[in-house]
Design a protein around this ligand. Sequence first.
Ligand code: UDP
Ligand code: MG
Length: 315
Amino acid sequence: MTLSVVVPLYNEEENIRLLHQKLREALDPVVEEYELLFVDDGSTDGTLKILEELQSKDNHITVLSLRRNFGQTAAFAAGFDFARGEVIVTMDGDLQNDPADIPKLLNLIKENDLVSGWRKKRKDPFFSRRLPSMIANWLISKVTGVKLHDYGCSLKAYRRDVIKNLRLYGEMHRFIPAVASWYGVRVAEVETVHHPRLRGKSKYGISRTIKVVLDLITVKFLQSFSTKPIQFFGTIGVLCDILGFLILFYLSLEKILRGKDIGGRPLLLLGALLMIVGIQLIGMGLLGEMLVRVYHESQRKPIYVIKKILGPEIK
Ligand code: UDP
Ligand code: MG
């Protein structure tokens, strides 16, 4: 098996047949061995029935049917777990991505570990989709330091080992290039065509923006501090404590030396608050440190990633 194409499908009954046909047209001439992994993400329409019918006629197809709607990221993750190809390509199942672009990605994956599509002429509504996405792309590239034009494009190609080392949560699939490049993975970008959605409904609205921003915070935090939480929480905590201590020290002097009444002063409240928050933050950092150890040691997760090992096989 050389190529696996993973397609998440949620209520896409009107698109599947054409999608399958276009995938065959695009792949048959250029790829010898491939599989099509259609992930039915708990569809409530005829999606699964059509998939079953196609599967019975075409041996390239594997259908994964999830018990309920788990979301696009989870559907991708399911596909990754079952993919057998050396290269794994993901795309949307609504024909907004074009299967005809896949050979272009396959060309580039020869010299890279991850190739991401760039919907340069994106055919989506401006205010509800393209504008939030422009802001999100700008934010993500600033925060993660990985420069891509279009993180949200589902059409991507990965080398197998990139995907198999990755765990996905939330709306995380758009951050795979960022996460992967911290592992030292070579990431490339290529322009791909984008079509308007002709059939079926889009599953997302503007509310996704907030989820993406929250996921971005998670990703950034994990990138910077996942192996050293005390440094993040502890630093803020210590600063709060120092400030709180200075304030309380000053108030104590006022009281003891000058005999002033400090009971009603707002500063007192602030000082006490800073002290408490500071101690809490340091505590959180320590808890984080324990979690990190549990996480890495219980699962034998290394804090490094190996590309290859040269030398006699080590057992
Ligand atoms: N999708 C899915 N599960 C969901 C939502 C979407 O598998 O909960 C699939 C959907 O069927 C499509 C792809 O993810 O193949 C992208 O969805 P959509 O076209 O609605 O997103 P948009 O292109 O509007 O960003
Ligand atoms: Mg779409």
